[in-house]
Design a protein around this ligand. Structure first.
Ligand code: SER
Length: 319
């Protein structure tokens, strides 16, 4: 049985991945850590506060809990990163370097998310290949490309089992993302239910890859369980499941809330970031090397998001 450490467990991915991994590997075998206390995570298994920028504290958790697999989920997202690039580099790369070093010292497997944000304007926009030019123009993207290179370097130099996925914008109904360029695709569901109206910061014609959280959880487990002899790539895999513009997601919401309206107040920083990212990734390597196969599309996700959130918010889904 694996002994897993999650760093940044209170964030958008971590808050659901922790519970998912606890179901699979047993509550006691998944140690959640975050810089902030979390009662929800402490209720279902071991939880410790941990500053991911403190290498001695990270090593101590790994040693005390006899950890063999680490998920490092610490990151400032793209839009917030542009407001303080130095902080974004220090947090994103600091947490990653500490994770790599602790993984090396204690011989742990290491999972780190990369992102569609690792690509920039010079990569092909449509069916962006697995292996292509990577020249991001955000500090977030620079950190992600650096992380991919460092993961491969530690695998090559030290034989470390590093694995990673380039995630699309993640849509979930539990924990909100914070400071990302793709956040609109989560906010739009809340606002549609609460106000039947949303003002979008992303221009109406911009396509970005998106993914629903259940597919994120499945991808993390499937990649970490994959037979290493089948992995030609490690850091990092393109995955894709849906790609849409604000107009397309709004039309889908209108199938359930017919009087939902959308207008735009475009944020120039987010617009530049979004236009620099791929429209749609080619995920054939993930499909071939570890059997990636998404289960959710835009219409099923919209139905599920609206039904879960309408119950939680106590508002009716339809007229
Ligand atoms: N969702 C992230 C962001 O928008 C991209 O990985 O920053």
């Amino acid at each position: 049985m694996k002994r897993i450490l999650i760093i940044g467990a209170g964030g958008q991915i971590g808050s659901e991945l922790t519970l998912h991994l606890r179901k699979i590997y047993g509550d006691a075998n998944v140690v959640a850590t975050d810089v902030r206390e979390s009662q929800a995570l402490a209720e279902s298994g071991p939880f410790e506060t941990l500053d991911a920028l403190n290498p001695a504290a990270m090593a101590s958790v790994v040693e005390r809990h006899r950890i063999d697999s680490i998920f490092n989920l610490v990151a400032l997202l793209s839009a917030v990163g542009e407001r303080n690039p130095q902080l974004a580099w220090n947090v994103n790369i600091g947490a990653l370097m500490n994770s790599l070093e602790v993984a090396r010292q204690y011989n742990c497997a290491l999972f780190t998310p990369s992102s569609i944000g690792a690509f920039g304007n010079n990569a092909p926009k449509y069916k962006t290949p697995q292996d292509t030019i990577m020249q991001p123009s955000t500090i977030y993207g620079v950190c992600k490309v650096t992380g991919e290179l460092l993961g491969n370097y530690y695998a090559h130099k030290y034989g470390l089992d590093t694995r990673s996925i380039r995630f699309p914008g993640i849509i979930s109904n539990m924990t909100l993302p914070g400071g990302g360029t793709t956040d609109y695709a989560v906010e739009i569901y809340y606002e549609a239910l609460k106000n039947k109206h949303y003002t979008c910061a992303i221009p109406k014609d911009v396509y970005m890859d998106m993914i629903y959280m259940p597919d994120v959880l499945k991808a993390c487990v499937d990649l970490m369980e994959a037979d290493p002899s089948k992995l030609v790539h490690r850091n990092s895999f393109n995955i894709a499941s849906m790609s849409f513009t604000p107009e397309i997601i709004a039309a889908e919401i209108r199938k359930h809330i017919p009087d939902f309206t959308l207008d735009y107040n475009v944020d120039p920083v987010k617009e530049e970031i979004a236009r620099g990212w791929p429209d749609m990734l080619d995920d054939s390597c993930a499909r071939e090397e570890w059997g990636w196969n998404p289960e959710w599309n835009l219409s099923r996700m919209t139905e599920d998001m609206l039904s879960v959130l309408s119950q939680r918010l106590g508002v009716a889904k339809t007229e």
